[in-house]
Design a protein around this ligand. Structure first.
Ligand SMILES: Cc1ncc(COP(=O)(O)O)c(C=O)c1O
Length: 319
Protein backbone atom coordinates (compact mmCIF):
# COMPACT_ATOMS: atom_id res chain seq x y z
CA UNK A 1 0.00 0.00 0.00
CA UNK A 2 1.48 3.33 -1.02
CA UNK A 3 1.17 6.31 1.32
CA UNK A 4 0.98 9.93 0.18
CA UNK A 5 1.27 11.47 -3.26
CA UNK A 6 -1.59 12.34 -5.61
CA UNK A 7 -5.19 11.31 -5.01
CA UNK A 8 -7.27 8.70 -6.76
CA UNK A 9 -10.94 8.95 -7.70
CA UNK A 10 -12.77 9.41 -4.40
CA UNK A 11 -15.51 6.94 -3.69
CA UNK A 12 -17.42 5.89 -0.59
CA UNK A 13 -16.69 2.53 0.89
CA UNK A 14 -20.13 1.41 2.00
CA UNK A 15 -19.62 -2.17 0.85
CA UNK A 16 -20.99 -4.35 -1.89
CA UNK A 17 -24.53 -5.66 -2.19
CA UNK A 18 -23.44 -9.23 -3.02
CA UNK A 19 -20.68 -9.58 -0.47
CA UNK A 20 -20.20 -13.34 -0.50
CA UNK A 21 -20.33 -14.11 -4.20
CA UNK A 22 -17.49 -14.74 -6.60
CA UNK A 23 -16.36 -11.59 -8.42
CA UNK A 24 -15.66 -11.99 -12.13
CA UNK A 25 -15.29 -9.80 -15.22
CA UNK A 26 -18.56 -10.39 -17.16
CA UNK A 27 -21.76 -12.37 -16.72
CA UNK A 28 -21.06 -14.40 -19.88
CA UNK A 29 -17.73 -15.40 -18.32
CA UNK A 30 -19.51 -16.23 -15.07
CA UNK A 31 -21.59 -18.66 -17.12
CA UNK A 32 -18.40 -20.06 -18.64
CA UNK A 33 -16.93 -20.49 -15.16
CA UNK A 34 -20.03 -22.32 -14.02
CA UNK A 35 -20.21 -24.63 -17.03
CA UNK A 36 -16.54 -25.55 -16.59
CA UNK A 37 -16.75 -26.06 -12.84
CA UNK A 38 -19.94 -28.14 -13.01
CA UNK A 39 -18.99 -29.97 -16.19
CA UNK A 40 -22.47 -29.73 -17.70
CA UNK A 41 -22.80 -31.50 -21.06
CA UNK A 42 -25.70 -29.56 -22.53
CA UNK A 43 -27.62 -26.39 -21.77
CA UNK A 44 -31.17 -25.27 -22.55
CA UNK A 45 -31.39 -21.53 -23.21
CA UNK A 46 -34.26 -19.19 -24.10
CA UNK A 47 -34.63 -17.67 -27.57
CA UNK A 48 -35.44 -14.51 -25.67
CA UNK A 49 -32.00 -13.56 -24.42
CA UNK A 50 -28.82 -11.77 -25.39
CA UNK A 51 -26.60 -13.47 -27.96
CA UNK A 52 -23.47 -13.04 -25.82
CA UNK A 53 -24.80 -15.99 -23.81
CA UNK A 54 -23.65 -18.14 -26.74
CA UNK A 55 -20.03 -17.01 -26.30
CA UNK A 56 -19.13 -19.48 -23.52
CA UNK A 57 -21.10 -22.29 -25.18
CA UNK A 58 -19.10 -21.91 -28.36
CA UNK A 59 -15.83 -21.51 -26.49
CA UNK A 60 -16.40 -24.71 -24.51
CA UNK A 61 -18.13 -26.48 -27.38
CA UNK A 62 -21.19 -27.23 -25.25
CA UNK A 63 -24.33 -28.27 -27.19
CA UNK A 64 -27.35 -26.05 -26.57
CA UNK A 65 -31.04 -26.11 -27.36
CA UNK A 66 -33.39 -23.13 -27.45
CA UNK A 67 -36.78 -22.98 -25.74
CA UNK A 68 -39.71 -20.59 -26.14
CA UNK A 69 -41.42 -18.49 -23.50
CA UNK A 70 -45.02 -17.27 -23.12
CA UNK A 71 -46.33 -13.75 -22.55
CA UNK A 72 -45.64 -14.06 -18.82
CA UNK A 73 -41.97 -14.55 -19.79
CA UNK A 74 -42.18 -18.17 -18.56
CA UNK A 75 -40.79 -21.25 -20.38
CA UNK A 76 -42.97 -23.44 -22.56
CA UNK A 77 -41.01 -26.54 -21.77
CA UNK A 78 -41.19 -30.06 -20.39
CA UNK A 79 -38.67 -29.93 -17.53
CA UNK A 80 -38.43 -33.74 -17.38
CA UNK A 81 -36.25 -33.50 -20.50
CA UNK A 82 -33.32 -32.03 -18.54
CA UNK A 83 -30.94 -34.92 -17.78
CA UNK A 84 -28.60 -35.09 -14.79
CA UNK A 85 -25.59 -33.94 -16.83
CA UNK A 86 -27.55 -31.05 -18.39
CA UNK A 87 -28.65 -27.65 -17.17
CA UNK A 88 -31.43 -25.18 -17.80
CA UNK A 89 -30.86 -21.43 -18.01
CA UNK A 90 -33.70 -19.12 -17.07
CA UNK A 91 -33.51 -15.32 -17.07
CA UNK A 92 -35.11 -13.36 -14.26
CA UNK A 93 -36.63 -11.08 -16.90
CA UNK A 94 -36.42 -7.40 -15.99
CA UNK A 95 -36.17 -8.37 -12.32
CA UNK A 96 -39.85 -9.22 -12.16
CA UNK A 97 -39.80 -13.04 -12.09
CA UNK A 98 -38.76 -13.69 -8.48
CA UNK A 99 -42.04 -15.37 -7.58
CA UNK A 100 -41.90 -17.65 -10.60
CA UNK A 101 -38.28 -18.62 -9.87
CA UNK A 102 -39.26 -19.77 -6.36
CA UNK A 103 -41.63 -22.16 -8.05
CA UNK A 104 -39.28 -23.12 -10.88
CA UNK A 105 -36.50 -24.22 -8.54
CA UNK A 106 -38.70 -27.03 -7.23
CA UNK A 107 -39.16 -28.37 -10.77
CA UNK A 108 -35.58 -28.56 -12.11
CA UNK A 109 -32.37 -29.79 -10.54
CA UNK A 110 -29.68 -28.10 -12.58
CA UNK A 111 -31.15 -24.65 -12.78
CA UNK A 112 -29.01 -21.61 -13.64
CA UNK A 113 -30.59 -18.23 -13.04
CA UNK A 114 -29.41 -15.42 -15.26
CA UNK A 115 -29.90 -12.43 -12.97
CA UNK A 116 -28.22 -9.95 -15.35
CA UNK A 117 -31.54 -8.09 -15.24
CA UNK A 118 -32.28 -8.63 -11.56
CA UNK A 119 -29.27 -7.39 -9.66
CA UNK A 120 -31.15 -7.10 -6.37
CA UNK A 121 -32.59 -10.64 -6.28
CA UNK A 122 -30.42 -12.54 -3.83
CA UNK A 123 -29.40 -16.01 -5.01
CA UNK A 124 -31.62 -18.82 -3.80
CA UNK A 125 -29.95 -21.57 -1.81
CA UNK A 126 -27.99 -23.97 -4.04
CA UNK A 127 -29.11 -22.25 -7.23
CA UNK A 128 -26.34 -21.14 -9.59
CA UNK A 129 -26.91 -17.44 -10.28
CA UNK A 130 -25.07 -14.93 -12.45
CA UNK A 131 -25.20 -11.12 -12.21
CA UNK A 132 -24.08 -8.28 -14.49
CA UNK A 133 -23.94 -5.05 -12.43
CA UNK A 134 -23.31 -2.79 -15.44
CA UNK A 135 -27.01 -3.17 -16.37
CA UNK A 136 -27.91 -1.35 -13.14
CA UNK A 137 -25.02 0.97 -12.30
CA UNK A 138 -22.31 3.12 -13.82
CA UNK A 139 -19.62 0.48 -14.19
CA UNK A 140 -18.14 -0.79 -17.45
CA UNK A 141 -17.92 -4.49 -16.60
CA UNK A 142 -17.97 -6.92 -13.69
CA UNK A 143 -20.04 -9.91 -12.64
CA UNK A 144 -21.04 -11.85 -9.57
CA UNK A 145 -21.50 -15.60 -9.48
CA UNK A 146 -23.26 -17.70 -6.86
CA UNK A 147 -21.99 -21.25 -7.04
CA UNK A 148 -20.88 -24.05 -4.76
CA UNK A 149 -17.94 -25.33 -6.83
CA UNK A 150 -14.76 -23.37 -7.52
CA UNK A 151 -12.40 -23.82 -10.46
CA UNK A 152 -8.86 -24.74 -9.59
CA UNK A 153 -7.45 -21.82 -11.58
CA UNK A 154 -5.64 -18.64 -10.66
CA UNK A 155 -7.59 -15.84 -12.33
CA UNK A 156 -5.94 -12.61 -13.41
CA UNK A 157 -7.54 -9.37 -12.31
CA UNK A 158 -9.49 -7.55 -15.02
CA UNK A 159 -8.50 -3.93 -15.75
CA UNK A 160 -11.28 -1.45 -16.50
CA UNK A 161 -9.86 2.06 -16.56
CA UNK A 162 -9.55 2.21 -20.34
CA UNK A 163 -13.14 1.16 -21.08
CA UNK A 164 -14.88 3.70 -18.88
CA UNK A 165 -14.84 6.83 -21.03
CA UNK A 166 -18.56 6.54 -21.86
CA UNK A 167 -19.31 6.91 -18.14
CA UNK A 168 -17.13 10.01 -17.94
CA UNK A 169 -18.51 11.50 -21.17
CA UNK A 170 -22.09 11.06 -20.01
CA UNK A 171 -21.28 12.63 -16.64
CA UNK A 172 -19.32 15.52 -18.16
CA UNK A 173 -21.32 16.17 -21.37
CA UNK A 174 -24.50 14.19 -22.09
CA UNK A 175 -25.90 10.80 -23.08
CA UNK A 176 -25.58 11.42 -26.81
CA UNK A 177 -21.88 12.40 -26.61
CA UNK A 178 -20.98 9.19 -24.80
CA UNK A 179 -23.06 6.75 -26.86
CA UNK A 180 -20.46 5.82 -29.50
CA UNK A 181 -17.93 5.10 -26.74
CA UNK A 182 -20.51 3.04 -24.87
CA UNK A 183 -20.94 0.83 -27.97
CA UNK A 184 -17.19 0.54 -28.39
CA UNK A 185 -16.62 -0.38 -24.76
CA UNK A 186 -19.46 -2.88 -24.93
CA UNK A 187 -17.82 -4.65 -27.86
CA UNK A 188 -14.46 -4.74 -26.08
CA UNK A 189 -16.06 -7.21 -23.64
CA UNK A 190 -16.46 -9.83 -26.37
CA UNK A 191 -14.31 -12.96 -26.16
CA UNK A 192 -12.25 -12.18 -23.10
CA UNK A 193 -10.88 -14.85 -20.79
CA UNK A 194 -12.47 -15.36 -17.39
CA UNK A 195 -10.90 -12.83 -15.04
CA UNK A 196 -11.57 -11.56 -11.53
CA UNK A 197 -13.52 -8.32 -11.26
CA UNK A 198 -11.30 -5.27 -11.67
CA UNK A 199 -10.38 -3.33 -8.54
CA UNK A 200 -11.90 -0.21 -10.06
CA UNK A 201 -15.26 -1.84 -10.75
CA UNK A 202 -15.29 -3.33 -7.26
CA UNK A 203 -14.47 0.05 -5.71
CA UNK A 204 -17.34 1.69 -7.58
CA UNK A 205 -19.70 -1.11 -6.55
CA UNK A 206 -18.64 -0.53 -2.93
CA UNK A 207 -19.65 3.12 -3.18
CA UNK A 208 -23.31 2.72 -4.11
CA UNK A 209 -26.24 3.53 -1.83
CA UNK A 210 -28.07 0.29 -2.55
CA UNK A 211 -30.95 1.00 -0.16
CA UNK A 212 -31.62 4.32 -1.87
CA UNK A 213 -31.38 2.78 -5.34
CA UNK A 214 -33.85 0.04 -4.43
CA UNK A 215 -36.37 2.53 -3.09
CA UNK A 216 -36.24 4.79 -6.14
CA UNK A 217 -36.45 1.98 -8.67
CA UNK A 218 -39.44 0.40 -7.00
CA UNK A 219 -41.21 3.72 -6.53
CA UNK A 220 -40.73 4.65 -10.19
CA UNK A 221 -41.86 1.21 -11.34
CA UNK A 222 -45.00 1.34 -9.18
CA UNK A 223 -45.79 4.86 -10.38
CA UNK A 224 -45.58 3.84 -14.06
CA UNK A 225 -47.60 0.72 -13.33
CA UNK A 226 -50.34 2.68 -11.57
CA UNK A 227 -50.73 4.92 -14.62
CA UNK A 228 -50.10 2.45 -17.45
CA UNK A 229 -51.43 -0.87 -16.13
CA UNK A 230 -54.80 -0.47 -17.86
CA UNK A 231 -53.15 0.18 -21.20
CA UNK A 232 -50.45 -2.46 -20.88
CA UNK A 233 -51.08 -5.66 -22.86
CA UNK A 234 -48.67 -7.42 -20.50
CA UNK A 235 -50.13 -8.54 -17.21
CA UNK A 236 -47.29 -7.89 -14.76
CA UNK A 237 -47.39 -9.61 -11.38
CA UNK A 238 -44.42 -8.44 -9.37
CA UNK A 239 -43.70 -9.59 -5.82
CA UNK A 240 -43.48 -6.87 -3.19
CA UNK A 241 -39.75 -7.17 -2.62
CA UNK A 242 -38.67 -7.36 -6.28
CA UNK A 243 -36.59 -4.50 -7.66
CA UNK A 244 -37.16 -4.26 -11.41
CA UNK A 245 -34.69 -3.12 -14.03
CA UNK A 246 -37.23 -1.43 -16.35
CA UNK A 247 -41.00 -1.23 -16.85
CA UNK A 248 -42.07 -3.40 -19.82
CA UNK A 249 -44.97 -1.76 -21.66
CA UNK A 250 -46.74 -3.41 -24.57
CA UNK A 251 -49.27 -1.48 -26.63
CA UNK A 252 -50.46 -1.64 -30.22
CA UNK A 253 -48.57 1.56 -31.00
CA UNK A 254 -45.76 0.09 -33.08
CA UNK A 255 -43.57 3.19 -33.26
CA UNK A 256 -43.77 4.13 -29.58
CA UNK A 257 -40.07 3.53 -29.01
CA UNK A 258 -39.26 6.00 -31.79
CA UNK A 259 -41.66 8.59 -30.38
CA UNK A 260 -39.95 8.26 -26.99
CA UNK A 261 -36.51 8.50 -28.61
CA UNK A 262 -37.53 11.76 -30.28
CA UNK A 263 -38.22 13.02 -26.75
CA UNK A 264 -34.76 11.84 -25.63
CA UNK A 265 -36.23 8.92 -23.69
CA UNK A 266 -33.98 6.00 -24.56
CA UNK A 267 -35.33 2.45 -24.26
CA UNK A 268 -33.03 -0.49 -24.93
CA UNK A 269 -34.00 -3.24 -27.37
CA UNK A 270 -34.14 -6.68 -25.73
CA UNK A 271 -32.60 -8.19 -27.85
CA UNK A 272 -31.68 -7.36 -31.49
CA UNK A 273 -30.43 -10.95 -32.07
CA UNK A 274 -33.95 -12.30 -31.28
CA UNK A 275 -35.10 -10.77 -34.58
CA UNK A 276 -32.66 -13.06 -36.39
CA UNK A 277 -33.23 -16.13 -34.23
CA UNK A 278 -37.04 -16.14 -34.39
CA UNK A 279 -39.81 -16.18 -37.00
CA UNK A 280 -42.27 -13.34 -37.53
CA UNK A 281 -45.07 -15.07 -35.63
CA UNK A 282 -42.93 -16.10 -32.63
CA UNK A 283 -43.88 -14.26 -29.47
CA UNK A 284 -40.21 -13.55 -28.74
CA UNK A 285 -39.99 -11.42 -31.87
CA UNK A 286 -43.07 -9.47 -30.80
CA UNK A 287 -41.59 -8.96 -27.32
CA UNK A 288 -38.49 -7.52 -28.96
CA UNK A 289 -40.24 -5.32 -31.52
CA UNK A 290 -43.41 -4.14 -29.77
CA UNK A 291 -42.69 -4.00 -26.05
CA UNK A 292 -40.91 -0.86 -24.87
CA UNK A 293 -38.76 -1.23 -21.79
CA UNK A 294 -39.15 2.05 -19.93
CA UNK A 295 -36.34 3.38 -17.70
CA UNK A 296 -37.25 3.53 -14.00
CA UNK A 297 -33.80 3.68 -12.49
CA UNK A 298 -32.19 5.64 -9.69
CA UNK A 299 -31.36 8.65 -11.90
CA UNK A 300 -35.04 9.54 -12.25
CA UNK A 301 -37.83 10.92 -10.10
CA UNK A 302 -41.62 11.12 -10.28
CA UNK A 303 -41.46 14.17 -12.56
CA UNK A 304 -39.46 12.15 -15.09
CA UNK A 305 -41.99 9.31 -14.88
CA UNK A 306 -44.77 11.83 -15.50
CA UNK A 307 -42.96 13.06 -18.59
CA UNK A 308 -42.66 9.48 -19.91
CA UNK A 309 -46.39 8.92 -19.29
CA UNK A 310 -47.28 12.19 -20.99
CA UNK A 311 -45.27 11.21 -24.10
CA UNK A 312 -46.93 7.79 -24.15
CA UNK A 313 -50.43 9.19 -23.71
CA UNK A 314 -49.91 11.77 -26.45
CA UNK A 315 -48.66 9.08 -28.74
CA UNK A 316 -51.49 6.63 -27.95
CA UNK A 317 -54.09 9.35 -28.50
CA UNK A 318 -52.61 9.92 -31.96
CA UNK A 319 -53.52 6.41 -33.15
C1 LIG B 1 -29.99 -11.44 -19.99
C2 LIG B 1 -28.53 -11.23 -20.15
N1 LIG B 1 -27.69 -12.14 -19.63
C3 LIG B 1 -26.36 -12.00 -19.71
C4 LIG B 1 -25.80 -10.93 -20.36
C5 LIG B 1 -24.30 -10.83 -20.40
O1 LIG B 1 -23.81 -9.93 -19.47
P1 LIG B 1 -22.29 -9.42 -19.58
O2 LIG B 1 -22.29 -8.34 -20.60
O3 LIG B 1 -21.93 -8.96 -18.22
O4 LIG B 1 -21.50 -10.60 -20.02
C6 LIG B 1 -26.62 -9.97 -20.95
C7 LIG B 1 -26.11 -8.81 -21.71
O5 LIG B 1 -25.01 -8.49 -21.94
C8 LIG B 1 -28.02 -10.12 -20.83
O6 LIG B 1 -28.85 -9.21 -21.35
Amino acid sequence: KSIGGYFELELNNEGEYHKKLLRLNTARNALEYLLKAQNFRKIYIPYFTCDVILEPLKKLNIPFEFYNIDCKFEPIFNFDLVKESECFLYTNYFGIKDLYIHDLKTKIDNLIIDSAQSFFSKPLENIHTIYSPRKFFGVSDGAYLATNRLLDENLQNDISFDRMNHLLLRADLNAEEGYAEFCKNDSVLINNPIRSMSQLTQKILCSIDYTGVKEIRRKNFDFLDSKLKNKNLLNLKVSEDSIPMVYPFWSHKKDLKKVLLNNRIYCATYWPNVLEWCNDNDLEKVLTMEVVYLPIDQRYCEEDMKFIIQCINNSLNDV
